[in-house]
Write a protein that binds this ligand. Structure first.
Ligand code: SAH
Length: 232
């Protein structure tokens, strides 16, 4: 079982998504576990302050190192306690940052080999750089754009990593995992749009939109070849 510990100031945004479909089932089957940790629990002042203004000036606020340090320490200590003696927990601490290494399928597979992934979601202007340098094992970006927080990146990582955990996917979904992603079609074999605005390779006609013939042929060798040719 792989445990995802997500450190965030918005734990409430995760629930409905995590309960749905494949991820919901994976948790019920105890193949994965997701803990949502509110960073404010690790503050010591009355206002539960997690952020402060940036040194050197400039707009916005920066997430402080202390609460993040305490949260990570506590999560590592907790996981040490649960494990049967002798077996060492493999933990990886990940910080989400637009400057991190770009996330891809290979990274997802590599991370699926850990017992515990501690995911730190940033907010505001980002996270005190000492977290990247001294607390996180790696920094990950999910793409070349700026989001408002690390919550969506955490969900993206949890889903992509979980799909590599044995038993999480049914037979049907795992096919894509092996063969790469290919285009798919379903009934009807020909769809005729009512308006003339739908474009088709034949031009803006009202002709039907057809499914590639080979997929209707029942010839599985040919179908496999077609999928391989069109897969990424
Ligand atoms: N001013 C910061 C951006 C902060 S965005 C900078 O230029 O680096 C706030 C937080 O959202 C970040 O700390 C990070 O945790 C998350 N985030 C934003 N875009 C992201 C991306 N593409 N990938 C991963 N995390 C991202």
């Amino acid at each position: 079982m792989i445990t995802f510990d997500v450190i965030t100031i918005f734990p409430e945004v995760f629930d409905p998504y995590l309960k749905t479909s494949i991820l919901g089932r994976a948790q019920k089957k105890k193949l994965i576990k997701v803990n949502l940790i509110n960073l404010r629990r690790f503050t010591t002042d009355n206002h539960r302050t997690v952020d402060d203004t940036p040194f050197g000036g400039g707009p916005g606020m920066v997430l402080k190192i202390e609460p993040i340090y305490k949260a990570v320490q506590s999560l590592k200590a907790k996981s040490r306690k649960i494990l049967p003696a002798g077996r060492q927990v493999k933990t990886r601490v990940i910080l989400f940052s637009p400057r991190g290494k770009k996330f891809n399928q290979k990274t997802a597979k590599r991370l699926s080999k850990y017992d515990q992934l501690i995911l730190i979601s940033g907010r505001y202007e980002g996270v005190d750089e000492r977290v990247a340098k001294h607390i996180a094992d790696e920094e990950i970006s999910i793409g070349d754009y700026i989001l408002s927080g690390g919550e969506l990146p955490a969900l993206v990582l949890i889903e992509a990593v979980s799909r590599h955990v044995s038993g999480v996917l049914g037979k049907k979904e795992s096919l894509e995992e092996i063969k790469g992603s290919y285009p798919v079609y379903t009934r009807p074999a020909e769809f005729t749009p009512k308006d003339s605005s739908t474009s088709s390779p034949q031009g803006k006609t009202r002709r039907g939109l057809k499914v590639p013939k080979v997929l209707l042929s029942g010839n599985h060798k040919k179908i496999d070849e077609w999928r391989k040719k069109h897969s990424s």
